[in-house]
Ligand binder design. Structure first.
Ligand code: A2P
Length: 299
């Protein structure tokens, strides 16, 4: 399996990252330490996770040189107004105590009006002004790559129909056994857009169900690996980056070890994942009181 993927910039992004969504204050630092000791060099975070300062401290304490690390963060929905993008990024840089990010994503294709959770319809319908500001951040050297997250195909097309100076390097989306998104994956591959799998184990809501699946159990047993390793390996074998989250030291270590599944076992898992009706684990549309589903075709 690939240990890295090449991005349009030429940078190489590690295939397996530690995800830190829902890694609470007081526990994320220890998880980072275990991860860096284990060999992880890719940390997937976001401003809204509220733990960037602790992540930054743990990185400093580890002594791992900055240039060995791949740090991703995400622009929150309240900061899509072009005049707010740079200060939002600066806040993340200062919390992480770093001069630059390796990758900065537009966290959602949804913009809120400043300081609210009310939809900004204009910037949601057209994310290009926000994107242009992100391009400027690349020019300034504050970020090396920029990308998107939670964009469905029409939304990617809506953005890339503009004359972009920098193409999105990745699209980070939910991918797991319950919601494997084969069409999005095939389309993204055909268009040279790398996907990053969040909630790869099904997130805290579905992780047990995922690891208990007979097909997963059988594959793990046959290969002498754990169910989580079988699932994480499947993601990389599908050609995506994978961002498993854990704050449990033994699991952080376990999740780093991926291996190619024999073709027949890979196909068996792929078939099982794609032959039931898809079920999203993560969808904040209702929480945000949107009048549409963020994953439906819009605009
Ligand atoms: P914890 O952080 O308490 O160790 P996802 O990556 O899909 O978002 O899933 C994260 C959830 O899966 C968390 O609840 C995490 O628990 C749990 N988890 C992560 N790795 C493993 C593992 N190897 N075995 C069992 N549960 C795991």
């Amino acid at each position: 399996l690939p240990s890295h993927y090449a991005l349009p910039s030429g940078d190489k992004i590690p295939a397996v990252a530690l995800g830190v969504w829902q890694a609470g204050k007081g526990e994320v630092g220890a998880a980072l330490k275990t991860a860096l000791d284990t060999g992880y060099r890719h940390i997937d975070g976001a401003w809204i996770y509220g733990n960037e300062a602790e992540v930054g401290e743990a990185i400093k304490a580890s002594g791992v040189p900055r240039e060995e690390l791949w740090l991703t963060s995400k622009l929150w929905n309240t900061f899509h107004a072009p005049e707010d993008v740079e200060s939002a990024l600066d806040d993340t840089l200062s919390k992480l105590d770093t001069e630059y990010l390796d990758l900065y994503l537009m966290h959602w294709p949804i913009a809120f009006k400043k300081g609210t959770t009310e939809l900004d319809e204009t910037l949601t319908a057209n994310p290009y002004p926000t994107w242009q500001k992100l391009e400027e951040m690349v020019e300034k050297g504050k970020v090396r790559n920029i990308g998107i997250s939670n964009f469905n195909i029409p939304r990617v097309q809506n953005l890339t129909a503009n004359a972009l100076k920098v193409q999105p390097a990745v699209n980070q989306v939910e991918l797991n056994f319950w919601n494997p998104q084969p069409e999005l994956l095939a389309w993204s591959k055909a268009h040279g857009l790398l996907l990053e799998a969040y909630s790869p184990l099904g997130s805290s809501k579905q992780v047990k169900e995922t690891l208990d699946l007979p097909v997963v159990q059988t594959i793990a047993k046959q290969l002498g690996i754990t169910p989580a390793q079988a699932i994480i390996s499947w993601h990389v074998q599908r050609g995506t980056i994978v961002l498993p989250k854990s704050v449990t030291p033994s699991r952080v270590q376990e999740n780093f070890h991926v291996q190619a599944l024999p073709d027949d076992l890979f196909e068996e898992l792929e078939k099982a994942a794609t032959s039931h009706s898809p079920q999203r684990v993560v969808n904040p549309s209702k929480n945000w009181k949107l009048s549409f589903d963020v994953f439906d075709d819009y605009p």
